[in-house]
Design a protein around this ligand. Structure first.
Ligand code: XMP
Length: 329
């Protein structure tokens, strides 16, 4: 029978067998999945693991700093490399509007960035005759990621999750995916048992492709800045209302190619709308739109339209999954 302890023991054993004497890198996104995957691998092979956090420029406000801070406690002291790849990702995304194209580009750039980190790690240890290959890449892939990327038998490709269907074909790493059979609630239980801090274990899901798939239209720095400001307000208000654990997540989506006329102060505005997408869910395979209190919605709406120059309308997504997916792209 399934217990958190038995899953941990079994996975640690399997990871040891798979990695052997080699070295591994783990892509950390700041979310619970990759943190738990890293903690398991750290427990299994210790300092054969190096974690790599890629700032792709599609993160939310202050997120990179928060992740760096929370990291030590989350992984039991694994080594961390921070890579700033904002220019690489944003240049590759220039002019791209198709959701699957964005996902494939982001998935590919992640792998290319990990390959570069791999080369750096190898170069660092070039004077050590006993240094082992860095041939494994640890990912926090969950069961629903596999299913929705069309990886399960008889399943359609709904969208290519960046760490499954979004991977390039010429990938040279061998993958280590200790969470591939688990759902999010199980991953959280494993994370708690491994001693990860609550701020990581209870972090709301955030997709690997980040804000890149929450801007409908081309992704630019300017648009990212707009969305980051609106998103920070929504997260702060949800936390202040004590609702973080009641909802599954609340994406904020920028309709970057849509503009509408507004009036503010004594002038006309012609700005963009953002969509609030609060949902409740058990495992993200299905979801209900979350019925947030009206006073909270009203505070969020007032704050965004007053504080974010360029956004003049806030709309609420009241679609469940199915028929909608949680993210818009
Ligand atoms: P959808 O939009 O498919 O999302 O209903 C289901 C859950 O998965 C998250 N999501 C992703 N997570 N890489 C991830 O790590 C991805 O490419 C990705 N796409 C969606 C989404 O935030 C939701 O929790």
């Amino acid at each position: 029978t399934w217990t958190t302890t038995s899953v941990i023991e079994e996975q640690v054993e399997l990871i040891r067998e798979q990695i052997g004497e080699h070295r591994a890198i783990c892509g950390l996104s700041g979310g619970v999945d990759s943190a738990v995957a890293a903690a398991l691998v750290q427990r299994a092979v210790g300092d054969q693991l190096t974690c790599v956090y890629v700032n792709h420029g599609l993160m939310r406000q202050d997120e990179s700093e928060e992740i760096e801070k929370a990291f030590g406690a989350a992984t039991g002291g694994a080594r961390l490399i921070m890579v700033d790849a904002e220019d690489v990702f944003l240049e590759a995304l220039a002019g791209v509007t198709d959701p699957e194209a964005k996902r494939k580009i982001i998935g590919e750039k992640f792998i290319r960035t990990f390959e570069k980190a791999q080369a750096d790690i190898i170069a660092e240890s070039r004077h050590d005759p006993d240094a082992k290959d860095v041939k494994f890449l640890v990912q926090g892939t969950l069961y629903p990621d596999v299913v929705e990327s069309g990886g399960g038998e008889g399943t359609a490709n709904i969208k290519s999750h960046h760490n499954v269907g979004g991977l390039p074909e010429d990938i040279e790493f061998e993958l280590v995916e200790p969470l591939r059979a688990l759902f999010k609630d199980e991953v959280r239980a494993v994370g708690s048992e491994l001693g990860l801090p609550d701020e990581i274990v209870w972090r709301q899901p955030f997709p690997g492709p980040g804000l890149g798939i929450r801007i409908i239209g081309e992704v630019t720095r300017e648009r990212l800045d707009l969305l980051r400001q609106a998103d920070a307000i929504v997260r702060a208000e949800l936390t202040a209302a004590g609702l973080d654990r009641h909802i599954w997540q609340c994406p904020v989506v920028l309709l970057a190619d849509v503009r509408s006329v507004g009036v503010q102060g004594d002038g006309r505005t012609y700005g963009h709308p953002v969509v609030l997408r609060p949902v409740t869910s058990e495992d993200a395979m299905t979801a209900d739109w979350a019925q947030l209190p009206y006073d909270l919605l009203s505070r969020i709406s007032n704050r965004i339209t007053n504080e974010v120059d360029g956004i003049n309308r806030v709309v609420l997504d009241v679609t469940s999954k199915p028929p909608g997916t949680i993210e818009w792209e």
